[in-house]
Design a protein around this ligand. Structure first.
Ligand code: NAP
Length: 271
């Protein structure tokens, strides 16, 4: 009996996820047999979902989004010690032997657009202290950044993250005057459609600073517009979204996404 391999994205809510568009675009472009779906899974159904899927040989795995990135760590194997490092999983993969492992592709997806930038010893600013901030801070710690300023509504959470990732720095409120920094990253939900704006005075940033917003709906956030108006380099949230998806795609379907198709994909995602 022939069968079609499939992967999916799970979360609550899930209708907003762009992952199916991305993975289906790559499956079509490569002419691979496979499917990528969207599953609305509430927190109390997560364990039963993983148990059911682990017995399905066609299931290659799933991406995990809000609010399951932490809870799912209790339900899968963790050979890469994601629990002890980043502390959140966004990709679950079924192995041929039926075991199910979790990993995190957000950190590498976030870092990919910065790979050519020397951040060693550089001062950085990170807004937010949630799940996305964990992946960002993990990647920045590995890049050897210097002083880290975290701006967050809940200061205690942010202080915990500095300690977790062994970073030297300080925690400020969202209204604080920014210090100079080589890189500013928004990893909070501020600036996202339906959320309050992120209003920062960027005047303290040097002219060669990079401003990176993880928010991708809208793509041109107020923060990125303000950075562009100052002539600063910017990175938008689609770079990370596509980067983390590319790593997951390879784990699910055993092939790298096609090269040279990112502009087409970005147009599809912003249509
Ligand atoms: P999360 O775990 O819920 O964290 C949300 C963060 O935003 C926390 O720091 C929270 O502050 C802050 N926040 C939320 N509402 C706020 C408000 N009204 N006022 C002040 N602060 C507020 O969410 P997440 O998973 O980290 O995601 C954060 C953002 O990153 C989302 O926009 C998401 O779409 C984006 N993201 C993008 C990618 C990508 O591939 N581009 C990947 C992952 C996430 P407190 O700590 O005080 O609660």
């Amino acid at each position: 009996m022939s069968s079609t391999p499939y992967a999916e994205v799970i979360g609550d809510p899930i209708a907003q996820s762009k992952s199916p568009l991305i993975h289906k675009f790559w499956l079509d472009a490569l002419g691979l047999a496979g499917d990528y779906r969207r599953a609305h899974i509430k927190a109390d159904a997560l364990a039963a979902f993983i148990d059911q899927r682990r017995t399905d040989p066609d299931w290659r795995g799933c991406n995990v989004t809000i609010p399951h990135k932490v809870a799912v760590m209790d339900l899968v194997d963790d050979p890469g010690n994601i629990r002890g490092t980043i502390g959140a999983m966004n990709t679950i993969v079924r192995q041929r032997d039926g075991s199910v492992i979790g990993t995190n592709t957000d950190a590498a997806g976030f870092y990919a657009p910065l790979a050519e930038t020397d951040l060693s010893g550089a001062p950085v600013i990170v807004v937010g202290a949630g799940g996305a901030a964990r992946a960002v801070l993990f990647a920045l710690a590995r890049a050897g950044v210097g002083h880290v300023t975290i701006l967050n509504r809940s200061p205690l959470k942010a202080m915990g993250l500095l300690a977790t990732f062994g970073l030297k720095g300080e925690v400020l409120g969202l209204e604080a005057q920014l210090p100079p920094a080589a890189l500013l990253v928004n990893s909070s939900s501020l600036g996202m459609a339906g959320q309050p704006p992120l209003d920062l005075d960027l005047s303290a940033l040097p002219d060669d600073a990079i401003v990176y917003d993880l928010v991708y709906a809208p793509l041109q956030t107020g923060l990125l517009k303000a950075a562009a108006a100052r002539g600063l380099d910017t990175v938008d949230g689609l770079d990370m979204l596509i980067g983390q998806a590319a790593l997951a795609f390879e784990l699910f379907f055993g092939a790298a996404p096609p090269e040279g198709r990112d502009e087409e994909l970005r147009a599809l995602l912003t249509a």
